[in-house]
Structures are given as C-alpha cells and as structure tokens.
Design a binder for this molecule. Structure first.
Ligand code: CC7
Ligand code: ZN
Ligand code: ZN
Length: 242
C-alpha cells in the first residue's frame, strides 16, 4: 500500500496544504478527507478527481470536507460520474444539511445521494473497500459533542485524523500489531482539540518509533530534531506501508 499526503498542514497552515491523504493499492485509489485546499493540491500533484475510486471522511471540519463541493460539481459536470463517499452514518445528515446543501442543492438535486454514492459506515466494523484495502472506523474524541473518526487500515496502519491524546488506544493498537501510526500533532501546547507534541513525547520510545507526525503547523521547521523517536511526514512524498 502506498500513501501520499496531498497535504500535511493543520487547519490554519499556509505553508502546507490541508492534511489529506491518497492511499493507493493495486485495486483502489482512496482519498482520505477532502479539505478546502484539496482541489488545488491534487491538481498540483498531477492527479484529477476522476482517478479516485472513493473518498473517506473523518469528520466535519473544513480542512477535511471543504473541497467536497468542487469535487461533487466536477464529478457531475466534468466527469459525469458519481463519486463514492465512505462516511460514518452519523455524519451523513450533518454533512449535507450543515455544510454541503447550501452550495450543491438546486431544484431536484436536493439530497446528498444526488451527488455521491454514499456508503454508510459503522464504527468498529471492518469494511472491505477493495480486495486489498480494508478500513475500520474508530470513534475518537476531537470536538466535544461532535462525532469524529480515526481509521485502522488493513489491520496494521492507524491514521488518527484529528483527535485528542489517547495513549491507551495507541498502546492497545500497538499491542494488536499496528506498526505504523500517522498522528496529528499540535506543535505548541496545549493540544486542546488535538494531540500535542508534548503529549506524544510521553509515549514509550518503542511506540514513538512507529509514529509519523502529520497535521502540523507552519512552524514545523523549528521542531526538526525535537520530535523524539517520531518522524515527520513529508507532504507529497509517497511512503510504502506493508
Ligand atoms: N473547540 C475548538 C474548535 C476548533 N479549534 C481550532 O479550529 C480548527 C478547526 O480544524 P481542526 O483541524 O480541527 O483544528 C481546529 C483548531 O485549530 C479549536 O482550537 N477549538
Ligand atoms: Zn483538521
Ligand atoms: Zn478537526
């Protein structure tokens, strides 16, 4: 499996695109999250919306869903194909009525199903998206009272999206055989709605060696050499995950 971060920046980063990922297997190209900057960032990476086999959404914040309107319109009017949207069932209605409806709805095109082939996912259930790509949603804490999900991919790869520090979950996943963690990282403490670098540095070194930092701010350059055993994911650079 190949993963390329189309962006590694946090919601306010200007030197980096929004933290969105392209996961590629032999049988599938899956976009994880589709933020405000995704349409431009994808274009800069030489790819088009039409190449995507599906889009997986973690939660409803603009750096994760703000590019969906353009994606939906381009798929409808440029590529004439309905994109597949993988999303937790609890997020479907709010995604439409609180975010997308204002821009997309027109006449009889008045539901999310007019624009996407929506596949509703349940937390803690493995879903085979392709013969070589399996995803499990894990409900994790981010904003109080709002659902947000992390992803376990092919049993061994954890992708936090946005979450507050949960060392117990990380240790449990390591125990269960997860060998690669892509984790959001709030560089300056406190993390508040994210996990801070300071918190991640309290993890055992063995676990730190498996963690790669993403969703960071523009000051990441000041932290090179200060991330313990953890490495920093580079935007646009593909990595192979077994
Ligand atoms: N309760 C909140 C809500 C939001 N925020 C900031 O706004 C950003 C929205 O995108 P994000 O990537 O979830 O990061 C959030 C915080 O920076 C925050 O700091 N506290
Ligand atoms: Zn975010
Ligand atoms: Zn968020």
């Amino acid at each position: 499996m190949k993963i390329t971060m189309i962006g590694t920046g946090n919601a306010f980063a200007k030197a980096y695109y929004n933290n969105n990922a392209l996961v590629e297997t032999e049988h599938m190209k899956l976009l994880i999250d589709c933020g405000i900057t995704l349409p431009y960032a994808l274009y800069q990476s030489g790819k088009t919306f039409d190449e995507l086999d599906g889009i997986l959404i973690s939660h409803i914040h603009a750096d994760h869903i703000g590019g969906l309107e353009e994606l939906a319109f381009q798929m409808m009017y440029t590529y004439h194909r309905k994109p597949v949207l993988y999303i937790a069932e609890s997020l479907i209605e709010p995604l439409w009525s609180q975010s997308l409806q204002g821009g997309l709805a027109q006449g009889e095109l008045n539901s999310i199903d007019c624009f996407f082939h929506v596949v509703a996912l349940q937390p803690d259930v493995d879903v085979q998206l392709a013969e070589d790509l399996k995803v499990r949603l894990l409900k994790t804490d981010h904003i109080p009272g709002k659902d947000s999900f992390s992803f376990l991919i092919n049993d061994h790869f954890f992708y936090s999206a946005d979450m507050v520090f949960n060392p117990r979950l990380l240790l449990e996943l390591q125990e269960a055989g997860v060998h690669t963690f892509y984790h959001d990282c709030q560089l300056e403490s406190p993390g508040v709605v994210h996990t801070s670098l300071e918190q991640l540095l309290t993890l055992p070194l063995e676990l730190q060696r498996k963690i790669k930092l993403m969703h960071y701010g523009d000051t990441i350059g000041n932290y090179i050499g200060k991330t313990g055993e953890m490495t920093i994911v580079e935007q646009g650079k593909p990595s192979i995950i077994e």
